[in-house]
Design a protein around this ligand. Sequence first.
Ligand code: PEP
Length: 245
Amino acid sequence: MRRTMVAGNWKMHGSLQTNAELLRALVAAPRATCEVVVCTPFPYLAQAQQLLAGSAVALGAQDCSMHEHGAYTGEVAVGMLTEFGCSHVIVGHSERRAYHAETDAAVAAKAQRALAAGMTPIVCVGETLQQRERGETEAVIGLQLDATLHLLGERLPELVLAYEPVWAIGTGRTATPEQAQQVHAFIRERARHRGADADAVRVLYGGSVKPDNAAELFAQPDIDGGLIGGASLKAADFLAIAGAA
Ligand code: PEP
């Protein structure tokens, strides 16, 4: 039985004041049955670590370096993240792939580095609208996944995958539950074919998940929760989504 998860990706949003309000509301809420994670910008990890201490809400980062340490200006090592209580880290978000030219191999290396530090990487994959319209969704996602499957196949149940169609991120346009389920089933099948214990792997859906569409998406057999952007910045919305998971 896979435990559902809802992870909030704050992206480059927040301030000391708004974070405190949001985190206090999450901590004060009744404990969700799913695993709840918030992934804050790096400078706010210390604040979040302090405010989440003793709660059931886990802390994550939005990226990490593929290197252990060294002369990599601007990068953040997994060892630094664990010092701030991070148990999770998003890798390969489409915004990082698009704006920072992250390759599938780099994403896999980051996931490997996170696992080595005892963290849970949340590995994102997803196609653009153009790729979907050209009928390339499975080919694109298959390739994105393969680098991680090749490197970490047998450890796959220790990480979390997230299907995030690029055309649904921050656009208000959500994949239908059927569209999402189809890709999630494909992802699980791909993992199975590459020798992984696919039934144990959690696959989250991300892309304009809101309180009013979450339950229908999470009811799909291969959707194990969500990676939530915009709606994770509002405590009531994020808690409602966690309740749906
Ligand atoms: C995301 O950035 O991971 C995301 C899913 O964003 P949104 O929920 O805002 O579409």
